[in-house]
Design a protein around this ligand. Structure first.
Ligand SMILES: Cc1cc2nc3c(=O)[nH]c(=O)nc-3n(C[C@H](O)[C@H](O)[C@H](O)COP(=O)(O)OP(=O)(O)OC[C@H]3O[C@@H](n4cnc5c(N)ncnc54)[C@H](O)[C@@H]3O)c2cc1C
Length: 322
């Protein structure tokens, strides 16, 4: 059995859940086993319907304790479920929630943990995982010394989840034991980003700007293009360090991981620390005057030219079309 923890926040199942379920289905099929999605929630109805086509089974524990994520509560519930079901593999998202939960879960169950994996496959009944090291410059294969169950946390956008595989999950209600005396953390409040701010992780079209823009005064040509095509604007680290864009617009290793339908990289060289955060985009278009810029290795389409010539022309052309 492959167990996948359903991640949800503010009434929505996070994309990472479907990405993990997609991969879990593939792995389960290869070993003739099944996928169970663990749903710990205060409100279950819409979640169950949404999950049904993605998994063989939903293990549901409905309890008001889950209203807000608390790793102390999740850890107790999962410990119980894992001991009971003895899955071969447990998948948790490498998100703020997963990073809080997985290490202590691994420790309390004495499970081997491979964090932040970007791929995994069976080899002679053993699990092999792939992890990025040295800031994404090198990928390493990691195997477990111990026997299953294996625990992994999965990098956002490592796997696709465009279409549900059309399953019809069995719903199984469970009652894992949770001791209030073992809950040491307390949820205080959920802080929403201020109204009007852009969440680049949710953008469909992103124009990302790099050091090639040279000066903050030149940003207006990017803003014009963004307006013509309905894009949000993000950037590489030098642009953020220079204060030309707010911090929450940085894409990459020390910024955000984005997966828009279109990522337009303008004047960005394509350093590994940047690419790690955008390579999951559906279509990548790069504009750079250097034909050897590494960004062209990940781009689906490339324009080798001066951005100051190309960007206004693009805005003009696309503006006429709209
Ligand atoms: C620990 C660590 C974490 C990091 N985290 C991040 C991160 O999260 N995100 C991130 O982006 N970086 C990060 N970096 C920095 C990263 O290594 C690169 O330095 C950075 O991504 C480079 O940004 P850039 O591509 O905008 O600039 P540059 O590398 O300077 O590239 C500018 C590009 O613009 C092109 N160009 C210049 N003028 C024009 C023109 N007129 N027309 C067309 N093209 C032009 C050039 O050919 C060049 O390719 C990190 C580094 C470290 C060490």
């Amino acid at each position: 059995m492959v167990l996948v923890l359903v991640e949800h926040r503010q009434g929505e199942i996070r994309d990472i859940t479907f990405q993990m379920l997609n991969k879990a289905n593939e792995l389960a099929e290869e070993t003739d086993s099944k996928v169970s999605a663990v749903l710990l929630t205060a409100e279950s109805k819409d979640f169950v319907e949404e999950l049904k086509p993605w998994t063989d089974e939903i293990l549901l524990h409905k309890d008001s304790k889950y209203e807000n994520f608390n790793s102390d509560i999740y850890e107790q519930a999962l410990t119980d479920i894992i001991e009971d079901k003895n899955p071969k593999l447990i998948m948790i998202g490498h998100s703020a929630q997963g990073m809080d939960l997985a290490p202590s879960l691994a420790s309390s169950l004495n499970l081997p943990l491979a964090p932040n994996i970007v791929n995994l496959w069976w080899k002679d009944d053993d699990l092999v995982t792939e992890r990025e090291i040295y800031g994404g410059k090198v990928n390493s294969e990691v195997r477990f010394k111990k026997e299953a169950p294996y625990l992994v946390t999965v990098q956002s956008a490592a796997f696709e989840a465009e279409e549900a595989p059309g399953l019809d999950a069995n719903l199984v209600e469970i009652e894992p034991s949770i001791e209030d005396s073992e809950i040491f953390k307390k949820f205080l409040e959920y802080v929403e980003p201020e109204a009007g701010e852009v969440d680049i992780t949710a953008s469909d079209i992103l124009i990302s700007i790099g050091r090639g823009i040279e000066d903050e005064d030149n940003m207006d040509i990017i803003e014009e293009l963004a307006e013509e095509i309905g894009a949000d604007i993000s950037g590489s680290r030098p642009v953020i360090d220079n204060g030309w864009l707010p911090e929450d617009r940085q894409v990459g290793q020390s910024g955000k991981t984005v997966t828009p339908k279109l990522y337009l990289a303008i004047g960005i060289s394509g350093a590994s620390q940047h690419v790690i955060g955008m390579k999951g985009s559906d279509t990548i278009v790069a504009i750079n005057k250097d034909p050897d810029a590494p960004i062209f290795e990940v781009a689906d389409y490339g324009i080798v030219d001066d951005l100051f010539k190309i960007v206004p022309k693009l805005a003009d052309l696309l503006g006429k079309e709209n």
